[in-house]
Design a protein around this ligand. Sequence first.
Ligand code: FAD
Ligand code: SAM
Length: 657
Amino acid sequence: MPRALEPAEPILSAEGTPYSPRYDDVYHSTEGGMAQAAHVFLGGNGLPQAWAGQRQFVIVETGFGQGLNFLATWQAWRDDPERCGTLHFVSIEKHPFTREGLARLHAGLQALEPLAQALQAQWPDALPGLHRLAFDEGQVVLTLALGDAGQLLPKLAVGADAFYLDGFSPARNADMWSPPVFRGLARLARPGATLATYTAAGFVRRGLKEVGFEVSKAPGFGGKRDMTVARFRPLWKSRRHAPPLAAQWPDRHAIVIGAGLAGCAATERLAARGWRITLFDAHDGPARQTSAHRAAAMHAHLSADDSLLSRLSRAGNQYALRAWAALRDAGHPVGWHGCGVLQIGEDEAEGEVQRAALAAMGLPESFVRWMSAEEAASTHRAGVPRGGLWFPAGGWVAPPDVCTAQLARAGDAVAARFGCRVASIARVDDQWRALDAGGAVLASAPVLVLANAHEAQQLLPQQHWTMRRVRGQLTTLPAAQVDAIGGWPDCVVTGAGYLLPRAADGTGRVGSSYDPDEGPLAERPEVHAANLARLAGLLPRQAGAVAGIDPAALTGYVGVRTVTHNRLPLIGQVADEVAARTQAGALRGAHLRDLPRVPGLYAALAYASRGLTWAALGAELLASQIEGEPLPLEADLADAVDPARLLLRALRHGQAG
Ligand SMILES: Cc1cc2nc3c(=O)[nH]c(=O)nc-3n(C[C@H](O)[C@H](O)[C@H](O)COP(=O)(O)OP(=O)(O)OC[C@H]3O[C@@H](n4cnc5c(N)ncnc54)[C@H](O)[C@@H]3O)c2cc1C
Ligand SMILES: C[S@@+](CC[C@H](N)C(=O)[O-])C[C@H]1O[C@@H](n2cnc3c(N)ncnc32)[C@H](O)[C@@H]1O
């Protein structure tokens, strides 16, 4: 399967309408894209009336193109005093324009130009997968699904209220109007979902009917006599048809246990949706445990087969950068240093594997490219032994500053209870209770999020979670020693270990060890020595200077990572292990979606060595699940981090009893 996306070119037809040579068709009616959007797509779906008074409304579009339908819908939402609380627009596009291409096509949109510019400002690189963009304080959410509609529709975890079908003409773009696409749409349709498209082609109408839409003709736009409108009213009921519905909560109040990267992000994402949060941490402030260190790097993972980890980490990185930019724009900067990350292989053979992955993926250079050792030395003072992958958007940040910004953004929505350990949790009368060691109720709420890393196992000992504790130690080199070493890189360098560029006080940070968590959590000189050896391996030209440093005189940071069997986190609704055990026989061939879940109980755990990559995306995933909103990830990726996956494995092996 080719990984790279082929972008579209901003070409105009002789009449001045955007035109695709690939499909030999125009992007919208020659009689006006905005007027077509209003008549066919908004009008055909009974919008804006259909979203009036709803808490959330979800539109799914096939074919984002230059986004005129999105812009027209967003503007209609802005203009409507009865608008829904949150408008979700999920759109699939196989050949995205570049940001520059979009800007050229959007010139002259007049009243819509400010919206178009906001869209361009957040426009993603042409990377396969889902990209979530938020506008108007997060009330308008665009989830761009970049890739082929036929392949992506089955992977969307979305419940749709309305559909815009806007492929090119069915005669020239058959794969956008195929039975698999129609089935994919029907799978997402909430009861009574509406659909509109400009075409009245008979096979499209028949195809929609076959998958459960009630189809009718309506007056077409411009030169077209008819168009198609439809409503999802299948004549049959299928147990497997279960698109997520908008959640009904009696009280939007959640308890979050743990105020590290995981818990602070979850707090912020829930607060953004109007939730009140009672946040507990045993320490006397946020980010005082594993998230306490001030030197965390972030870059994506790359593999030739675009593994689950590669896709997840790409999504996590992209989402985190957007989320932090939104915090910055709201006056709460996280202090991100987007200096770029150079990832070198541990040896020449690994370098070859990196090159092969780069070639197989063909991703845009703005995301990742090869950087030779010579370029690294001349442009980033990085005297590395070999070239490697260059992630221009990678960088580093101090996790406590991210946590502080998120809690500040949550503002009055969060009641923080620091210095307060939750000893147990219990569900009583549809409410979760957090209890202290004496059994007194500290707080109760319909939703509880466990964001307390490996300590979650103490609160829920029966879960199949197998979280390991892995000790890690970082070394801080004083400014004078960094001066003495000379030639310190101005980017992050990773390989067998990593180093960060100098902090504002001139210090340099080098990491980090990865050992079983045994003995007291105190810094060990032999680990500082091992970190110095890592530094010498990353910068061999400076090895002599590094050898002169006394590890016994160094300080740094030591913490414990919480790591699952496959290093992927546990994010999502917690499984009801008791109920699953009683039905173990029946669930032996089950899928994740069949497993019983504990109402209102969610996990954001086991962020291992990638807390920055998982925390923001994990929080958005949880909040979307809690609200029944479109997920920001493809379903197979959400499954890969599902906290019930180990229970499922045990059930399949007959070991859950
Ligand atoms: C040496 C080292 C280097 C690292 N480098 C990087 C890096 O470069 N990039 C990166 O992305 N990640 C890195 N990580 C990983 C990253 O730091 C973690 O993934 C992240 O901090 C985990 O966050 P968390 O919120 O899950 O856990 P924590 O930060 O540990 O937060 C859990 C919180 O829960 C609280 N808690 C637990 N139980 C209870 C209870 N019962 N009641 C109340 N409070 C409770 C604890 O007090 C704690 O504050 C590194 C980790 C280490 C150790
Ligand atoms: C008519 S244009 C969409 C116009 C768009 N809705 C707008 O408002 O600007 C059709 C779009 O479908 C996209 N497309 C074509 N085949 C596709 C496929 N198989 N999967 C996803 N998108 C596809 C094209 O690249 C093109 O951008």
